[in-house]
Structure formats: C-alpha cells, structure tokens
Design a protein around this ligand. Sequence first.
Ligand SMILES: Cc1cc2nc3c(=O)[nH]c(=O)nc-3n(C[C@H](O)[C@H](O)[C@H](O)COP(=O)(O)OP(=O)(O)OC[C@H]3O[C@@H](n4cnc5c(N)ncnc54)[C@H](O)[C@@H]3O)c2cc1C
Length: 351
Amino acid sequence: MRAKVLIVGGGFAGASTAYFLSQAGIGDIVLVDKESHFGIHSSGRNAGLGRQIVPELMAYTSAGMSFLRNTNLGTGPLLTVSGSVLLAKTSTGLQEIMDCANQWNVTYKALCAQEIYDRWSMLSKSIIHGGLYIPDDGMINIQALLSGFLNNAEHHGVTLQTSCEILGCKQQGKPWILETSQGDITTDIIVAASGAWNRSLGDSIGVMTPVMTSFRRHLFVTHPLPVTKRVEPFLWHVDDHFYIRQYNDDTCLISACDATEMEPQSFVEDSNALMKLKKQLNHVAPSLATYEIDRQWACLRTFTEDNIPLVDWDNGANNLFWVAGLGGHGATGCSVIGEQAAVAIAKKILD
Ligand SMILES: Cc1cc2nc3c(=O)[nH]c(=O)nc-3n(C[C@H](O)[C@H](O)[C@H](O)COP(=O)(O)OP(=O)(O)OC[C@H]3O[C@@H](n4cnc5c(N)ncnc54)[C@H](O)[C@@H]3O)c2cc1C
C-alpha cells in the first residue's frame, strides 16, 4: 500500500488529524489502528467530561468546548450541556480557576462552601473551600465525536484500516517503508498518534520517542439510583480527589482520580480498585461510598513531560509528526489538537 500521509492510531488524536487534513483537501491519507475496531482504548473508555477550565490547557479546552457545542459531524450532538461545578480545596486553588475563567471569558458563578454543602450534602466539608459553577460545560458524546471524525474523514477519501499494526521499519524517511501486520506501507509522512503505545511505535520505526508517561485510571458505574440522586451538573474536584457525573438516566459514573504509572497494557485493572475507590470516597464524599457499583474499567492517560500535548514534527527523524500526550482532557481538546496538526502537515505538503 502507498500513502502520502500514514496516521498511526484511530483514537481522538489520529481521527481528528485525519478529519482536519481531509477537510483541508489533502488526499492520499491512510489511517491504521492495530485493533479490530476504533475506540477500544482511551478514546472509547474515558469519562466524557467536557471542562473548559483547565489552567495549563486553556488554549485546548476553551476552543475544544466551543467546537463540541457548535459542530455537527452528522453523528448526533457532540455535547450535552449539563454544566459543571469545579470544587477547590483552598482559596488559592479557587482563585486560580477563577482567574482562568476571567482571562478566557468563561461564564461562571462563584459558589461559597455553604452553598455547595446545601446543594450536595454528600460532600465532606474538609475538602471544599468553594467552587465555580460553569453553565456551558457538559458531557461529551465520545462515540459520536470519534465516529464523526472518522466517518467524515472516510467520506473525504481517507482510507481507514483496522487490525493493522505497525511492526517495523524497512526504510526511514523519503519515503518511509513500514512493516505492518497487513503488509508493507510506503508513505511520505508518518503521523504518530498511538496514545500510550507511542514509545513502542518509536521503537518499531527506529526513532527516539519524546518522553511520555502513562497513568492508569479506573472508572466506576453505579447500580441504578433513585431520581433524587441525579448529579447534574457534574462535579469535579480540581485537586483530583474525585469526579462524578450522571451516566445513564439512572446511574452515575465516579472516579477517585487514581493515577498509577503503567506500561501500556490494554485492560489491566487493579483487583483492589473498588476498595481504593470506597476508601477515597469515605474521605471526600462518605455517602457516595455506600453506592453499589455495577461496572468498572481502567484505561491509560498519557502525558508529555510538561503535560502539554506534543503536536509537532520530530526533532530528528524526517517527516515524522507527533500528535501525542493528550493527557486527561483529550476528548475535550482533540479538535484543536487535530486542527493544529493538520495545518502544520498540510503546510509542509503544499509548500
Ligand atoms: C479513565 C480516563 C478518563 C478520561 N476522562 C476524560 C474526560 O472526562 N474528558 C476528556 O476530555 N478526556 C478524558 N480522558 C482523556 C482522553 O480519553 C485521552 O486524552 C484521549 O482519548 C487520547 O487519545 P489518543 O488518540 O491519544 O489515544 P487512544 O485513544 O489510546 O488511541 C491510540 C490508538 O493507537 C492505536 N495504536 C497504538 N499503537 C499502534 C500501532 N503500532 N499500530 C497501529 N495502531 C496503534 C491504539 O490501538 C489506539 O486505538 C480520559 C482518559 C482516561 C484514560
């Protein structure tokens, strides 16, 4: 197979890059994923919280939320606007998110600790100084987002190939000749969008991968709850003590925001994860610790050294572009990241 651009990875990083490249009129793009279908890893298994205020990532989350609110990819609404309440433990933490909101013109209402306890009596007083209600935040329809990028890219000529893993490299650059589980692919440009597997991709193609670290996080879905326990807006403690959102009509999704450094193994859960969740909830929101859990899973968030996504050409290897380290807000920010990648790649192709 021959391609001008080969995108490795069909999660949000690769899919949004393919979408924006194809929108820019770039042809001859192939996107491969090693799995039998798209969205098996982080992009299909995340919490789907759309949060505008993330201090170090405002350029991504602010514009990313605007894309989610205003774009129709033909797969249904990308965002259910439910609002969020960001909880802070200290006055400094509260001030930091308030400063961001002001600087980026995010609409909010400041809440004092008492207002928060009055509304969410399950919260432990020791973890809250105050919070911000952000009415325009919401829950991302992650399936609609991923399939929207992929369907539109395919419609504009991108070839999508599942069960196709990059295994090695026969020639580096000008052009690249890669060995895959479905035969060789020759390409002018590689886009490395392989999430937690970036290092193994780098090893396979013989390049030094920029430093990235993956952390496992568990998510839990409760047993059906009475309507009085609905959680809208969603709650997220900015010191990462926990978050909780409405999941289905009568269930909630909860995370204790655990972060265990891991090598990229697909679905390895900690057998003590539920016990750890209950312990954490006993500290931050004791009544939530009594909720029965029906389902749980784990997945990896991958970060660069400075926590800012890497959207750039490789320093050493020719025609290798990284779209990597989307971290914990990649569902929210991926449109900005994919567009940034597409602009840089299209420029090189068209120059
Ligand atoms: C538990 C959890 C909760 C989260 N919650 C939120 C949230 O609430 N809001 C938010 O905005 N973000 C959230 N995120 C972050 C978001 O999910 C990620 O930032 C995003 O999904 C990363 O996308 P990606 O494309 O980089 O990685 P992935 O989705 O992992 O995609 C990488 C793809 O590359 C493929 N691949 C790897 N190696 C190869 C190879 N050699 N050949 C071919 N294919 C290969 C893989 O099969 C995979 O499909 C969460 C993440 C986790 C783990």
